[in-house]
Design a protein around this ligand. Structure first.
Ligand SMILES: *[C@@H]1O[C@H](CO)[C@@H](O)[C@H](O)[C@H]1NC(C)=O
Length: 290
């Protein structure tokens, strides 16, 4: 009953004010609202600007570069990264290289691609390991790249890891086409399987040179100790990292005491759609001459 009567009252109100009245009322509220808000926002902007300036100055004060040593640098650098895991120690570097840099590496590598090889364990043959690594690849050192792209990327990797450039192998540029993969493996060479090693791979830096529409993830099946009891090394499980052009992935194969981290097992899932290009830099505990 109540609802009904109030509806009738509104109806009556409309009748008395009339349409032109309602229109001018609306216009009035609109104009006060409009001018009111621009006034307020102008005030906001004025008070915000000095505050932003203050903030920038404060940050400069906090991060003033120190006097540096002979091999140090005069300015601060910043390389953003995300920790993906502590077991294994894996970090992700978004936008580590530009799209142009990635394109330049692909152009140089494409003409020299050959089927990727495997380091064989004792007792293994090329035939017995067929299908484990089906990508194509080539090696190129920073000095062989006359465009200077690999030189600047290698320098940035050295900065991000603080492992000197002399400890790195040449870049291994790889292409995975649809269906191609790399079964799970260690980058470090276990002496019990491969015999005594003069030098060991400490860390691997993967620079993704292309986006992959589907598949082609880098996977760590033993991340944080999972799946270690019974794992089929062909399975694509565990922590998966989707390749994105220009982004970098760094992980350590060795513990700080020099033994192999069992959770650093990794592989490349089959590409389902698209093409995967990656430049790998293996970094050793000894200086490495290509
Ligand atoms: C090396 O370090 C790892 C991780 O801290 C540890 O689990 C392992 O027992 C160590 N090995 C030796 C031989 O000290």
């Amino acid at each position: 009953m109540k609802n009904r009567s109030s509806r009738i009252m509104i109806g009556a109100g409309w009748g008395t004010v009339g349409l032109p009245g309602v229109f001018s009322l609306c216009l009035f509220f609109f104009l006060t609202g409009f001018f009111g808000s621009t006034l307020f926002s102008q005030q906001d902007e004025l008070s915000l600007r000095p505050r932003l300036l203050e903030k920038a100055e404060e940050e400069n004060k906090v991060f003033d570069p120190l006097p540096h040593g002979v091999t140090g640098e005069a300015s601060l650098s910043s390389i953003p990264f995300q920790i993906l895991s502590w077991h294994p120690r894996a970090l992700y570097f978004p936008k580590f290289a530009t799209a142009e840099q990635c394109g330049s590496i692909i152009i140089q590598a494409r003409k020299h691609l050959a089927p990727s090889a495997l380091a064989l364990r004792k007792g293994e043959t090329a035939e017995s390991t067929k299908g484990t690594r089906t990508s194509s690849g080539m090696f190129i050192s920073a000095s062989e790249d006359k465009t200077g792209v690999l030189d600047s990327i290698e320098e940035k990797i050295a900065k991000a890891t603080m492992l000197p450039r002399r400890h790195g192998e040449a870049f291994n540029v790889l292409r995975y086409e649809i269906g191609q993969r790399y079964h799970s493996h260690y980058d470090a060479f276990s002496p019990s399987e491969y015999g005594p090693q003069k030098s060991q791979r400490v860390a691997s830096f993967l620079l993704y040179l292309s986006d992959v529409e589907e598949g082609g993830e880098t996977m760590f099946p033993f991340e944080n100790g999972q799946n270690m009891a019974d794992y089929d090394f062909r399975k694509c499980i565990g922590l998966k990292v989707k390749p994105q052009r220009g982004d970098g992935l760094l992980f350590y194969s060795l513990f700080t005491n020099g033994t192999i981290d069992p959770t650093s097992l990794y592989g490349s899932c089959p590409v389902i759609k698209g093409e995967k290009w990656v430049a790998t830099k293996w970094i050793r505990d000894q200086e490495h001459l290509d």
